[in-house]
Write a protein that binds this ligand. Structure first.
Ligand code: SF4
Length: 337
């Protein structure tokens, strides 16, 4: 068994061999990657064993040759800045579950799918300022683009991919709780009791009885609420959602047995100064540990922190100092701009 410190230093990532990101578009179109942060494949059509796709195999070959794959640049940038990359987090997670963490094992076991990041169709009831028509049907409608006809929900992208060894599934969107697409995926999983499931949701929809029933069969359930500002600020950032309704859903889900909730805060030029108030709101929830359950990550696109003026960046850094010693994400965020 390879020494873990050596694995950490190498280019090995368990998700390259055992992870699958699927993003659905209209009709049969989709693209894939080893995880949601890695560079994505070209869009392609049709059903196939996604784990055997040549795009993923090319990334695996880079790792087999101990090369840092260009597809994983997000991780290399974070690691070179001294941060905790998703690769290292995945290694820790795989170790904790006694799954293969070494290149030798992975070569033998080839490409069994242990982890899926699944982006449902881009149907959403919000048009958040950090989002676009590619992920939200509300933005698409405003732009006059028709992206969904209705038949797409029937198409089964995973029909030829073996999910029997799955240990983790993460739903993103679109808004995953808006349709039954996530339930279709959960029902395909034979051994749900061995699977950790998680969601990124905008918090506008309380889970249905069927959803709660399937969640109760899973090994664990984590619900990450995309909240990056509260009250009126929330409503400006995530139009047309209403804070009263969303905050009520968060409070109710937080009280459900066996469900762990978290705040997923997407930080950009627009909301650095909303972070403290948001964290304080979550701190008032029963059994909520803000240091462990508030996750902050940077936005993509024109609101990126790095696009601020030098003077503004200095103000951002000063504001973020409030969180420095207590929050694991602080180094990654401050070093990103
Ligand atoms: S981007 Fe990072 S976490 Fe994702 S597959 Fe590549 S190395 Fe692993």
């Amino acid at each position: 068994m390879t020494d873990l410190r050596e694995v950490m230093k190498s280019s090995y990532c368990p998700l390259v061999f055992h992870g699958l990101y699927v993003r659905r578009f209209t009709g049969e179109e989709q693209l894939i990657a080893p995880c949601c942060l890695a560079e994505k494949s070209e869009q392609f059509r049709g059903q196939q064993d996604l784990m055997s796709n040549q795009y993923l195999e090319d990334i695996r070959n880079d790792v087999r040759n101990n090369k840092r794959s260009d597809a994983c640049n997000t991780c290399w940038v974070i690691e070179d800045q001294g941060g905790q990359s998703p690769r290292k987090i995945a290694l820790g997670r795989f170790l904790a579950k006694d799954l293969p963490t070494t290149l030798e094992l992975s070569e033998k076991q080839s490409n069994e799918c242990y982890s899926i990041d699944y982006n449902v169709l881009p149907l959403c009831n919000a048009k958040c300022i950090i989002c676009s028509w590619e992920y939200s049907s509300l933005w698409a409608a405003e732009a006059g683009i028709k992206i969904i006809s209705g038949d797409e929900l029937k198409y089964d992208h995973l029909s030829k991919t073996n999910l029997d060894n799955l240990k983790r599934v993460y739903f993103n969107g679109g808004e995953p709780l808006l349709t039954n697409e996530h339930l279709t995926v959960l029902k395909k999983i034979k051994y749900l009791s061995t699977v950790d499931i998680s969601y990124n949701t905008n918090g506008s929809i309380y889970p249905s009885d069927e959803t709660l029933d399937l969640w109760s069969q899973a090994k664990s359930v984590d619900i990450h609420f995309s909240i990056d500002g509260i009250g009126k600020r929330f409503e400006e950032i995530r139009t047309p959602l209403k804070w009263d309704k969303v905050s009520d859903v968060i409070k109710r889900v937080n009280l459900l047995d066996g469900i762990n909730i978290a705040c997923a805060y997407t930080i950009g030029k627009h909301n650095v100064f909303d972070l403290e108030e948001t964290i304080n709101w979550f701190a008032d929830l029963p059994n909520f540990n803000v240091q462990k359950q508030v996750h902050v990550h940077t936005v993509y696109g024109p609101l990126r922190l790095e696009l601020a003026t030098s003077a503004r960046k200095a103000e951002f850094k000063q504001e973020l100092e409030k969180f420095s010693s207590k929050f694991y994400w602080h180094t990654n965020i401050v070093n990103s701009f």
